[in-house]
Design a protein around this ligand. Sequence first.
Ligand code: DX5
Ligand code: ZN
Length: 224
Amino acid sequence: MTHETPLILPSLLAADWSRVAAEVKRAEDVGVQWLHLDVMDGAFVDNISFGPQMVQTVRKCTSMFLDVHLMIHRPDHYVDRFIHAGADNITIHVEARYDSSVLETLRHIRAAGKQAGIALHPDTPFEAALPYVNDIDLLLVMTVVPGFGGQPFMEKETMPKLAAARDYRDAHGLKYHLEVDGGIYTHTAPIAKAHGANLFVCGTSFYGPSDTAAAMAELKACVA
Ligand code: DX5
Ligand code: ZN
């Protein structure tokens, strides 16, 4: 898989948590390779979701690649718990508070054999990620304000940044994936793809429709 491989990443935040195992299987059954898990602490974002135990629960249900998105302060304090819970990629926000530093945390994640990502809030410029581009496997460009699913896609605030991240990567021979997250539907995913995205986080657009196979087919077709 390269940074040109388009993937649909269902976000568990939009699933029915009373049936987590079935919702994970729902994704597996339609060929999903990466599952996105949104961790929220109620401090970095104005919402609280779940922690390492949910990652561990999902890990027991599936062999899919678990893409853990930490919307939390002090991600370095908690990161080992997510590593041990079975995360395959761990993405941290440049805007969060750290006991150590963003760079040390990224290097710690990779030293544990996991993939590491940096996430940017819609208000944060691409330049904020520059010190870390050699230490990441993916750059997550948030296309909504982090904290809730079901929000509208923020095209004008985020697409120029996404294209800048792509152009910088390609001009410098780097290989990081470009992931978009929030408000990704069949009408917005092609816009993000045209600006360089290859990983598409879909919460409402994947777990909303009852015909999951049809939803996945439509989403895959619009980023192919
Ligand atoms: C928001 C999360 C997103 C969200 C996507 O903070 O990071 O992953 O779940 O939700 P939709 O796809 O419903 O906009
Ligand atoms: Zn997310």
